[in-house]
Design a protein around this ligand. Structure first.
Ligand code: ZN
Length: 458
């Protein structure tokens, strides 16, 4: 049984996927998935007993060489056991071992380190040269890869569904991304902050791959875990940032459950509130920003995301808080009127995290009244200066706004009813269903609409 209250190890393969697989009755993969889940829980219990000190990311670190920043990688081999770290097989600067997993892990750690330094001026995960440690061949056919707070640990996969994890440098980048996050905003690993944590790890993972291949946003595949599935699986990766929800659709694995828009946000108690599921929404926002700006995604888009992450973001930040942080970061770095800032605003609005910036576009307008919906679905809107509104009606409007009645009514929804959106300077921006409006208020809005009717939106 899964204990829903136990903290979950941040493996790249989410528990719901392993559970699905365990129940699928496949000769090898189901047994392996069951064993992997069991191991994850065991390690969870062990880690609860001896918690990893948060500030003490530094494990048995080799001595740092002062001077130029350089990576400090150490790869160990667990040889199929579950004892960490295992036997050291390759340290920084040593030649390839000939073992594919060990050498891929070494190269992947290097690619992640280079992205952090070259794109973000950050020396390793903590910005202070933290050694990068990895253990390969962990467990017997262990079908996961994870960051345990101090090192990257890779299983070999089951050979039936999972081919192994060291070949996917975006998976390595994702796991190390968790290390960057834990040494900066340290986002709570649950609900929206948890999904944000997952998403930023995906962003960093994909950027590691794009940076190492020199790809532009248009050339990138935007997949996380491309190559971790065997060819038998109907799916190309664990997740797709460009098209969340489309990464796999397989009889044994089920369908990729990620939403790409807030209207499809998954409310669940599983997966710590859907941390691996709802991450699709901010993932899509980053993809939209990167493709709107164009060029290398680790440049402006990556810098904006890193500025937001490292600029005092609270550990409990939800999507909207992070959206505001990225908008502020884009404005600070490129200017409020820059296309970078516009791309960020547009992306969060497109995924439904922020409302369309209609109020911004009409900032200089004193009063805007718009009616949408109804039989024809037509929008009528009026934009008015306060001065053109007759004195009586101006007074009625002021009283109405000050009373808070509209806010109260706006909190209720009625399916399919015509809607009135009323903006009064910066004092009020409320959308109310027409049938909820008192008769005299509706009459007032109708008079305002007549006063300054603008052509219907096309
Ligand atoms: Zn993760």
């Amino acid at each position: 049984m899964t204990d829903p209250h136990a903290p979950v190890r941040r493996g790249i393969v989410p528990p719901y996927l392993l559970e699905q697989l365990a129940a699928a009755g496949m000769p090898t993969a189901s047994t392996v998935a069951e064993r992997t889940l069991g191991l994850d829980r065991g390690i969870r219990a062990e880690r609860q007993a001896t918690p990893v000190p948060r500030a003490g990311l530094r494990p048995e670190a080799p001595a740092r060489i002062p001077g130029e920043p350089a990576p400090h990688r150490v790869v160990s081999d667990a040889q199929g056991a579950t004892t960490l770290p295992g036997t050291q097989v390759r340290a920084e600067g040593e030649p390839p071992t000939g073992d594919t997993a060990a050498d891929q892990a070494y190269d992947g750690l290097g690619a992640a380190w280079r992205l952090l330094l070259e794109a973000f001026g950050r020396d390793s995960l903590d910005g202070a040269g933290l050694p990068l440690l990895a253990t390969v061949h962990y467990g017997e056919d262990y079908a996961n890869a994870f960051w345990d707070g101090t090192r990257m640990v890779f299983g070999d996969g089951d050979g039936e569904v999972f081919a192994g994890f060291t070949s996917a440098i975006d998976v390595i980048g994702h796991e190390l991304g968790h290390g960057v996050i834990s040494s900066t905003a340290d986002l709570v690993y649950r609900d929206q902050p948890g999904a944000l944590n997952e998403s930023i790890a995906d962003v960093l993972g994909s950027l590691v791959k794009q940076h190492s291949l020199g790809q532009s946003a248009e050339e990138a595949d935007w997949l996380i875990g491309s190559g971790v599935f065997t060819p038998q699986v109907q799916g190309e990766a664990l997740r797709s940032m460009a098209a969340p929800g489309t990464a796999y659709d397989d009889p044994a694995l089920g369908k990729d459950p990620q939403p790409a828009h807030m209207r499809d946000f998954v409310v669940t108690r599983d997966d710590l509130g859907g941390v691996h599921i709802n991450s699709g929404i901010p993932n899509k926002a980053f993809h939209l920003v990167a493709t709107a700006i164009g060029g290398h995604a680790w440049e402006a888009p990556g810098l904006i995301w890193m500025d937001a992450l490292t600029g005092g973001l609270p550990a409990t930040a939800d999507f909207a808080t992070f959206a505001a942080a990225t908008e502020a970061a884009a404005a600070a770095r490129y200017g409020d009127d820059s296309r970078e800032a516009a791309a960020v605003r547009e992306a969060w609005s497109a995924v439904g995290v922020t409302e369309r910036p209609a109020a911004d576009a009409h900032a200089q307008e004193a009063v805007r009244v718009a009616r949408t919906g109804g039989m024809l679905g037509r929008t009528r809107a009026a934009v008015l200066e306060l001065e053109v509104i007759p004195g009586d009606d101006r007074e009625r409007l002021d009283t109405l706004v000050a009373s808070g009645t509209l806010e109260d009514l706006g909190a209720r929804t009625l399916p399919d009813a015509p809607l009135w959106r009323v903006t009064v300077e910066t004092r009020c921006d409320v959308t109310v269903a027409e049938p909820l409006l008192p008769e005299e208020v509706l009459a007032l809005f109708r008079r305002l609409l007549e006063l300054g009717d603008e052509p219907p939106a096309t």
